[in-house]
Design a protein around this ligand. Structure first.
Ligand SMILES: [Zn+2]
Length: 269
């Protein structure tokens, strides 16, 4: 239990962090980042193109399963077909660690694409992960940190296993799937910064990507995400990710639950 004056010091620090103070975020020191990144370093990918690619599709999924009453579920068979198509059409799946090269203008693979899953549902491990392994494709899961280990959600062991396989990168999605634009400044720091710190402590490496729950953000939210030290953040604004959107407000392509394969193929030829 904190004493009152301790609480007021904590409160002051949090306020300074999210208000006018120009102090930079408090990311891990560079040396520690490099050291910590190495165990879960991305699987080497063949650098195929040096073309200055301006726009990259970042696909957005949630659950892969059968639930006709929810728009958040894509049926497993359809998802499998979609991934097979991307593979056969020559797309190269990247994670956000790979996307650093895009940010800094370095080489990235030809036909790049990112596959993302929000919320951290259990089927991401039981259904998605085997498909990724089989097809040697990679994806990012934005987990809600304080729901990890809850029923129907991923647990830490599953997350660690997927990360170690190098087919999956984990990103943050707040502590409690907060509606950030309605949060107080204190809650905002707790949800964004708190999720990052908790995940980094459990997984032992920096968490560089963030997804806004329900895609909701404003300037205050954006500043907290920036100061927390995230390299990338994704919204639910529709469309391909383009550099001039800003790396903390990248757009994504939602994959609807009942999209016919023909439409998917047309969108990603
Ligand atoms: Zn979500």
């Amino acid at each position: 239990m904190f004493k009152p004056h301790t609480m007021s010091i904590i409160f002051m620090i949090l306020i300074i962090l999210i208000t006018g103070c120009e102090r930079k975020a408090d990311p891990l020191p560079q040396s520690r980042i490099e050291e910590k990144q190495s165990p879960s370093k991305s699987k080497p990918i063949q650098m195929i193109s040096q073309v200055n690619i301006d726009s990259i599709p970042i696909l957005m999924y949630h659950s892969i399963g059968n639930n006709p009453s929810s728009t958040l579920f894509v049926p497993p068979k359809l998802f499998h077909k979609q991934m097979e198509h991307l593979k056969n059409a020559g797309y190269h799946t990247m994670t956000f660690k790979d996307l650093i090269n895009w940010k800094t203008g370095e080489m990235i693979p030809d036909k790049p694409i990112l596959i993302t899953f929000d919320d951290g549902y259990l089927d991401n491990f039981t259904i998605v992960y085997p498909i990724l392994k089989k097809l040697q494709m990679r994806a990012t899961i934005f987990a809600t940190s304080d729901f990890i280990g809850y029923p129907n959600h991923l647990n830490w062991e599953q997350i660690k296993e997927m990360e170690q396989s190098r087919y999956v990168e984990i990103g943050a999605h707040t502590r409690h799937h907060a509606e950030l634009t309605k949060n107080t400044p204190l809650q905002l720091v707790d949800e964004v910064w708190g999720a990052k710190q908790k995940m980094e402590k459990r997984l032992g490496h920096p968490i560089i990507a963030f997804a806004y729950p329900s895609g909701k953000f404003n300037q205050k939210v954006l500043q907290v995400v920036k100061r927390a030290g995230f390299e990338f953040a994704v919204t639910t604004k529709p469309g391909f990710a383009v550099k001039n959107q800003g790396f903390l407000t990248l757009h994504r392509v939602r994959i609807p639950e009942g999209q016919p394969m023909a439409a998917f193929i047309q969108e990603f030829p």
